[in-house]
Design a protein around this ligand. Structure first.
Ligand SMILES: [Zn+2]
Length: 116
């Protein structure tokens, strides 16, 4: 069975069961849709934000904290949809109705804020 990675679109020549074994159960939501290269390249919570609308935060190497609800990952960049809900006011404020493009290698940490 040939799977196609949802992030890089490259064919992944592995059985789904093998990916689940190699990557582990912590990514069960997305393990059957991304390849090993993408699983190693992108933070878990950023990958989750690509598939699952929720509340996330990340810190850039330049010091800003961004709160976001979705991430569209493409190569070296992720386009974040910023979270304007209460509780996200502590971070860096941007007027970015079409999202903000962030370089993957400039992310210090990224979290899924939980509670849902
Ligand atoms: Zn991939």
């Amino acid at each position: 069975m040939v799977n196609v990675c949802s992030l890089c679109k490259k064919a992944e020549m592995k059985e789904v069961e093998d990916q689940v074994e190699e990557i582990g159960t912590r990514k069960t939501v997305v393990t059957d849709t991304i390849c090993d290269n993408c699983a190693q390249r992108y933070p878990d919570s950023l990958v989750k934000a690509h598939f699952d609308h929720f509340r996330y935060a990340l810190k850039l190497i330049t010091g800003e904290t961004l709160f976001f609800t979705d991430a569209d990952i493409l190569g070296d960049y992720a386009t974040l949809t910023l979270d304007k809900s209460p509780g996200s006011d502590d971070g860096f404020e941007l007027n970015a109705p079409r999202g903000v493009d962030v370089r993957i290698d400039q992310i210090v940490w990224c979290i899924d804020t939980g509670n849902g």
